[in-house]
Design a protein around this ligand. Structure first.
Ligand code: ADP
Ligand code: MG
Length: 356
């Protein structure tokens, strides 16, 4: 009997290299984002010629390559010149002017920050940056709690491009007028990838992660379809890793469709239903929630009506509740509105697992 013949030997792991499946991994080349990267480069170009740069506002849903694209542009810039200082900061952790400045000092290798106040730190950073030019990318900029530093940089750093990146396209409207009127950014939208692009990106990653022929074609295809449906590339990376673990668990030498199906089952209790299964008015409402995430329910209803929606407010509210129960969106009651409270609707609860 060849009971153990097909079993995986302990030194034959399915995953060649786990790192490419990491969300942080920066693949090269970054597929399908050339246009967007060129646009950003175009805004930076004047800095290379000794002039002031243009500011950029990048928006698009989670998992569409915004962070990856900007990190690529900054890496290339760094390779190209010493005259323009690239600074990338994620505002999730560095959410105040003080924390941003501390991080900038760290990037600029300035060490004597101890006991210094925000204005003192700014003067130091300003001194360093104004000797050259700078590109300052603020990722997840919507998490920033005060824009004092951004304002000061707009006023007092002479040769710069400030790049703001966010999942929320209407964030720019909420910016302080002082900042907005000085920022005047080039707007660059990152749209979700279509199925073809999704497949291409995941194939590229799978080739880095797995030995040849380990991930079967129908398995990859199913991952690509699920990922394209959820419009977040992190889903695909997560599914590839989970499917590989499922295959390893059954000592298989290949990652097969059934492994992917098992991985999908695990995320499906989060998504409950695929958006394909929603009725058309529900889909329309979901689309509106997606395009206007973190809006008040009353505002969403107005948009819905404007687009020709026929439900009355009560029924609209019930649909919102249903979408929330099914984790397509999440809702939060806050103070405001006519009777003292209103509901804020946030898109994307369905993708909780990829939400970090
Ligand atoms: N065009 C692409 N080519 C290769 N990998 C990509 C591409 N777009 C996104 N990814 C990968 O998908 C994941 C999410 O991308 P990320 O840039 O973090 O998205 P966002 O910042 O828009 O939320 C990352 O692991 C990233 O490497
Ligand atoms: Mg990002």
């Amino acid at each position: 009997m060849a009971l153990f013949k097909d079993m995986l030997k302990s030194n034959e792991e399915l995953i060649n290299d786990e790192y490419p499946l990491d969300f942080e991994y920066l693949p090269k080349p970054l597929l399908y984002r050339e246009t967007e990267q060129r646009k950003v480069a175009g805004c930076i170009r004047p800095l290379l010629e000794g002039r002031n740069g243009r500011n950029v506002f990048i928006h698009g849903p989670p998992g569409v390559g915004k962070t990856a694209a900007i990190r690529h542009v900054l890496n290339e810039l760094e390779d190209e010149t010493d005259e323009v200082i690239p600074i990338y900061i994620n505002c999730w952790q560095k959410n105040s002017s003080f924390k941003l400045l501390m991080e900038m000092c760290e990037i600029l290798k300035y060490k004597f920050t101890h006991n210094k106040r925000t204005d003192e730190l700014f003067n130091i950073v300003k001194g360093i940056l104004n000797r050259k030019a700078a590109v300052i990318a603020l990722d997840e900029v919507d998490k920033l709690e005060d824009f004092d530093l951004v304002y000061s940089m707009l006023e007092e750093i002479f040769k710069k491009s400030i790049i703001m990146i966010t999942n929320f396209h209407d964030f720019i409207d909420k910016l302080d007028l002082r900042v907005k009127s000085r920022l005047l950014p080039e707007m660059i939208e990152f749209r979700p990838y279509n199925l073809n692009e999704t497949r291409g990106i995941l194939k590229q990653r799978s080739e880095y992660a797995f030995p040849p022929n380990v991930l079967e074609a129908d398995a990859l295809e199913t991952i690509a379809k699920k990922t394209a449906e959820l419009e977040d590339m992190r889903t695909g990376l997560h599914l590839m890793r989970e499917a590989a673990l499922a295959a390893e668990n059954r000592s298989s030498r290949k990652i097969e469709l059934r492994d992917v199906e098992e991985a999908i089952k695990k995320i499906d209790h989060l998504t409950v239903k695929s958006s394909d299964e929603l009725a058309s008015d529900e889909k329309m409402i979901l689309d509106i929630c997606r395009a206007n995430s973190e809006s008040k329910i009353g505002e969403l209803f107005k948009i819905y009506h404007g687009k020709g929606g026929s439900l009355v407010y009560k029924s609209f509210q019930r649909k919102i509740e249903k979408l929330s129960e099914n984790k397509f969106i999440s809702t939060e009651k806050v103070s405001g509105g006519k009777d003292g409270k209103t509901t804020i609707v946030k898109y994307g609860q369905a993708k909780k697992l990829t939400d970090f």
